[in-house]
Design a protein around this ligand. Sequence first.
Ligand SMILES: Cc1ncc(COP(=O)(O)O)c(C=O)c1O
Length: 371
Amino acid sequence: MSQHNWPQWLPLRSDLRNLSPYGAPQIPSLAQLNTNENPYPPSAKLVSAISKRVDEVAGTLNRYPDRDVVELRRELATFLNNRSGTTLSYENIWVANGSNEVIQSLFLAFGGEGALGFTPSYSMHPLIAQVTRTSWTNGERNSDFSLDVALATAQVRQIKPKLIFVTTPNNPTGTSVSLSDVEDLAKVSAEVGGLLVVDEAYAEFSIEPSAITLLGTTMPNLVVVRTMSKAFAFAGARVGYLAANKEVISALQLVRLPYHLGAVTQAIALVALEHQGELLAKVETLVADRDRLALQLQQLGATVIPSSANFLLFTVPSSQQIWQSLLDQGVLVRDVGLSGYLRVTIGSAAENQRFVQALANSLCKPSGGKI
Ligand SMILES: Cc1ncc(COP(=O)(O)O)c(C=O)c1O
């Protein structure tokens, strides 16, 4: 429930009155491990390449940017084609200020008649549904958080949503869905006249092939959402994108705001793509550190959900008490609202070490208790 006491005169929509603004706490801390960012900042070389490009763009800021973002969409298509062996063109790509905006555009264009996702998953999906007045159904997962495709299929057939969300690797659990399961879900989504939206915000950390590889097959109703915020280490720039059939992109253009992506954002996203080798170089380190951290958590007695992403969901005796105790020691993790669990982002080696030490201390405290 919202704490906000809205004044009488404010004509705020009644369905928004009890909402609170979404967002993880932004609390200064020694180890900030709560929003699944990449802990490695850009190198001095990249910083200077970005500054140089911003300098060039600065002289043109009296003009609106390219409304259709063609050059960036073209480079994103090339990036995906090189990684996934696809033949996408810029007409298969849409890009906006973070994948949250991309997802909001999907709701604006295709929502309305209902959407389905499988809980627990990324909590912005139902929230954007609500804000865009799309009815949302929380579908179910297995108790180990894996996706039961037979059950998911039955739910799609029963609810007949226009948007079906599958997040893989899933946030907050880290679990992934196989490509063949994605394919089955795309088929059943087509059967009910819906789009299957595969949110792949963490795809680069996973060994599972991307659903991008299914585009261009017989599945025009498949949409794959990606971001530069996670593996790409570019969260501050706010660049998210999707790949889909050309008709999906044309429909999204009906709901986008004119000049939605600023000239500076477009320019620096292009610089980031030019330096993709450097930006993605830390993915392997993060994956190795994730697996090491999972073992350390197990040694402390926690159950750790197998993760294909850059974070781990693990059991604790009390989510709230351990969260606070970690914060008191300068370590910020995420209480995702799952009782008995916390989620930690993989940080630098030093941050991970600090987290393990702080957790060991927290569990030793009388209030910490046994896992
Ligand atoms: C599954 C998932 N999708 C989308 C996003 C949104 O990312 P951004 O808007 O930074 O691209 C996030 C961010 O945490 C996420 O976890």
